[in-house]
Write a protein that binds this ligand. Structure first.
Ligand SMILES: Cc1ncc(COP(=O)(O)O)c(C=O)c1O
Length: 396
């Protein structure tokens, strides 16, 4: 029998930098009997299966030559038109340039390809989205974390770094219901942030993944609508339509969007036409106007159930954020407790969470963890909160 060849010495240096064990663990799911507060997945009850069935049948019958074909790199013209109309209606500004992407994650990958040479600096919120950290690490970037407080990114902290000579290729920021903290950046900070970045010529990559899932106060102006000259908005339909469609958008300064499109020509060349046309039909048919309020209501109700359980069960010294949208909250344990070490005890008690440390570029966050309340119903969320409370009480 021949032995298998060993390819392990052939992989690129960057392949060893990405990390991703934590993301793989999230995607792998949890054992039976364990209540998951892990994945930032939308609730499957929000997937509009009936309407989608009708739209898919119609599109396949009437326009196979468009919906089953390749598309231009930037997306189907009518779809881009729809997305521009939609941004104008929702955010009060019309993009100078917009392209369709294969999900929000691809926007980040395209930004890496367009902007980053090995050793270049990227600024991020500390903590931030794991997928973004993996993408920036994979691009061999030097990731500089800017501190956050209860209101999100501390703009003065970024100002100090820029005034001190730091020159990032871009700043990556998630202004609403941030992953992983659930925090939202207030209006004054948004205005100060874009002004600062404009002054220093630092492009802002604004990720609005959860923005439309607001159940509390109405959303604030996007960074992009405040400063379309310095902000590229990365959007996704994963949380408000369905992730299986793998569709998103990048909107911003034309010279940047052109570079992102050039990068896309080197990856999948175009987002799937069938999904693009289904999304356009769904949106133009007015379905978001009915489905989004329902999704917001669902996640708001889930949040109230989890928050109630945490209030009832968490030992003194444990705090958690109060999101007004999205489906994530961030828990801080008293110093000395390590969420990574407590994970097995939690699994044994029948509840799973994501330890917070992997969301930091550096080595902070041992005493933090992220909870997602999208998937479980209210009764299971109450039970999950109770289980987590008793694990932490035991640990203390
Ligand atoms: C902040 C943020 N950005 C982007 C993404 C990725 O979106 P997509 O599934 O569209 O690639 C996620 C997914 O969890 C996310 O939380």
């Amino acid at each position: 029998m021949s032995t298998r060849a060993d390819f392990s010495g052939l992989f690129a240096h960057r392949a060893s930098l990405r990390g991703g064990d934590e993301l793989a663990a999230i995607l792998a799911g949890v054992p039976d009997g364990v209540l998951p507060l892990t994945g930032g997945f939308p609730n499957a009850a929000t997937f509009p299966t009936d309407v989608l069935g009708d739209i898919a049948a119609r599109v396949l019958r009437d326009e196979p030559g468009l919906a089953l074909q390749y598309t231009p790199v930037e997306g189907i013209a009518s779809v881009r038109e729809y997305l521009s109309d939609r941004l104008e209606a929702l955010q009060g500004a019309r993009p100078e340039a917009l392209m369709v992407t294969s999900g929000g994650m691809e926007c980040l990958a395209l930004a890496c390809s367009a902007f980053l040479d090995p050793g270049d600096t990227v600024c991020v919120e500390g903590p931030t989205y794991l997928g973004a950290l993996m993408a920036f690490r994979g691009a061999e970037a030097d990731i500089v974390e800017i501190e956050m407080d209860a209101d999100g990114l501390v703009v003065e902290a970024l100002a100090e770094r820029l005034e001190g000579g730091l020159r990032p290729k871009f700043l990556y920021v998630i202004p609403e219901y941030q992953n992983p903290t659930g925090r939202t950046l207030p209006l004054e900070r948004r205005e100060a942030l874009v002004e600062l970045c404009r002054r220093f010529g630092v492009p802002v990559l604004e990720d609005v993944a959860y923005r439309e899932l607001a159940w509390g106060a109405s959303p604030l102006p996007t960074l992009w609508s405040l400063a379309p000259d310095v902000v590229v908005q990365a959007g996704t339909f994963s949380k408000i339509f369905f992730p299986g469609v793998r569709l998103g958008w990048a909107a911003g300064p034309p010279e940047i969007v052109a570079q992102l499109a050039a990068a896309k020509a080197n990856t999948d060349q175009c987002a799937g036409a069938l999904g693009q046309r289904m999304l356009e039909e769904y949106g133009r048919g007015g379905h978001f106007e009915t489905s989004l309020p329902r999704a917001c209501e669902l996640y708001g109700s889930h949040w109230r159930a989890l928050d109630g359980a945490l209030r009832a069960s968490m030992p003194d010294g444990v705090t958690w954020t109060q999101p007004t949208g999205g489906f994530l909250t961030w828990v801080e344990l008293p110093d000395g407790l390590d969420a990574m070490e407590l994970r097995d005890a939690a699994l044994e008690a029948g509840v799973a969470y994501v330890p917070g440390a992997p969301f930091y570029a550096g080595d902070a966050g041992a005493n933090t963890l992220r909870l997602s309340f999208s998937a479980l119903d209210e009764a299971d969320l109450a039970e999950a909160g109770r289980r987590l409370g008793s694990v932490l009480a035991d640990a203390l």
